[in-house]
Ligand binder design. Structure first.
Ligand code: NAD
Ligand code: TYD
Length: 355
């Protein structure tokens, strides 16, 4: 049996493939374009019998046809996307191409493949599309968390591109009967996350005594989900989810950015005491707010809990502590991703003092 995964060399893909291979010993074919966010070394230690990397673009229809006919996957998990809100603000075009045209091209290829399957193969085929809670827009402080019924109201080019993909996925179920499942998860954190996102950025900057950029007042709230909990939820959705349904996945850990940054500073002060600064919290700098910045995300996961038995297991502080340990223990990985491209990005987004 073979499972097709797209974007498997990124943060969530790497964690998902590692979990899947260790639990199920099933071969993964991983189609990844290896953008700045994809790292082939993340999975290099897996044997070829369990992991095949195909370097390519989900928006390349001819390549997709070849991959489907050569590897005959029993199902697929679609993760490939441009994933960073700030990059979508400075360059939305790539988000439309990879996230919308890419999803469409993959749906078309999957539809052609699905139509050629035998009835029992069709019965078990699944197209699991991994999306975000950001498609629902922004919550006020007293609003109830997002449910699967919340209206779509994306505010950034990133979330708009993910919303467009979700709509296409839904339409392929309603129109063509493709057995799709969508998951909408909250902010992930954990090992292998590219250090452009808040948590690894703060860990690495604080470790190196660089400034810690907090957008605006820092009171924006995110519902943090440890990537290991998310990957368990993805496995449940893939194996037991109902076609045509969407499932919200959250971590049950709402935290304001400034509080998250302060916890990380305390953890680093404890784990790597630094006589040059009394506390890393003194490195915090409030910088210009992100345009269209969503104030609060929170996810109601009662549906996936009720139907599939999912519950987040990692407590936020424990997850942050283990994430800090992972970045401290893996300096070679950090060096390999902090390339010239990364320094250019920091200069573009934060200005020269953050290079
Ligand atoms: P990531 O940026 O770490 O990795 C994305 C991967 O996709 C990379 O390996 C990259 O090379 C690959 N990729 C990008 N464009 C591609 C293309 N056109 N063709 C083939 N491969 C391509 O992202 P992530 O954090 O691992 O997120 C994975 C998925 O989960 C995305 O769809 C994202 O929208 C979604 N998601 C992420 C989060 C989060 O907190 N990280 C939260 C909600 C949803
Ligand atoms: P991020 O990790 O980019 O995820 P998302 O924008 O998808 O939620 O950002 C998490 C929160 O942290 C978000 O409210 C923006 C904020 N943030 C900062 O305050 N400073 C930063 O340098 C970054 C990257 C994010």
């Amino acid at each position: 049996m073979t499972l097709l995964v797209t974007g498997g060399c990124g943060f969530i893909g790497t964690n998902f493939i590692r979990l899947h291979v260790s639990e199920r010993r099933e071969r993964i074919v991983n189609l990844d374009k290896l953008t700045y966010a994809g790292n082939r070394r993340n999975l290099e230690d897996l044997p070829e019998s369990l992991h095949v990397l195909v370097e390519g673009d989900v928006a390349d229809g001819e390549l997709l046809k070849r991959v489907f006919s050569e590897y005959k996957p029993r199902a697929l998990v679609h993760l490939a996307a441009e994933s960073h809100v700030d990059r979508s603000i400075l360059g939305p075009g790539e988000f439309v191409r990879s996230n919308i045209v890419g999803a469409f091209t993959l749906l078309e290829a999957a539809r052609g493949y699905y139509e050629g399957l035998t009835p029992p193969e069709r019965e078990s085929f699944r197209f699991l599309s991994v999306s975000t809670d950001e498609v629902f827009g922004s919550l006020g402080p007293e609003d109830p968390p997002f449910t699967e019924e919340s209206p779509y109201a994306p505010n950034s080019p990133y979330s708009a591109s993910k919303a467009a993909a979700d709509h296409l996925v839904r339409a392929y179920h309603k129109t063509y009967g493709l057995p799709v499942i969508v998951t909408n998860c909250s902010n992930n954190y954990g090992p292998y996350q590219f250090p452009e996102k808040l948590i690894p950025l703060v860990i690495l900057n604080a470790l190196n005594l660089k400034k810690l950029p907090v957008y605006g007042d820092g009171r924006q709230i995110r519902d943090w989900l440890h990537v290991s909990d998310h990957c368990r939820a993805l496995s449940l959705a893939l194996e037991k989810g109902r076609p045509g349904e969407s499932y919200n996945v959250g971590g049950g850990a709402e935290s304001a950015n400034i509080d998250t940054v302060r916890i990380l500073c305390e953890l680093l002060d404890e784990k790597r005491p630094e006589p040059a600064v009394e506390s890393r919290a003194s490195l915090i700098e409030h910088v210009r707010d992100r345009p269209g910045h969503d104030r609060r995300y929170a996810v109601d996961c009662r549906k996936i809990e009720r139907e599939l038995g999912y519950r987040p297991l990692v407590r936020f502080k424990d997850g942050l502590s283990s994430a800090v340990d992972w970045y401290l223990d893996n300096p070679r990985w950090v060096e390999s991703v902090v390339s010239g491209e990364y320094r250019n990005w920091n200069r573009r987004n934060y200005g020269e003092s953050y290079e």
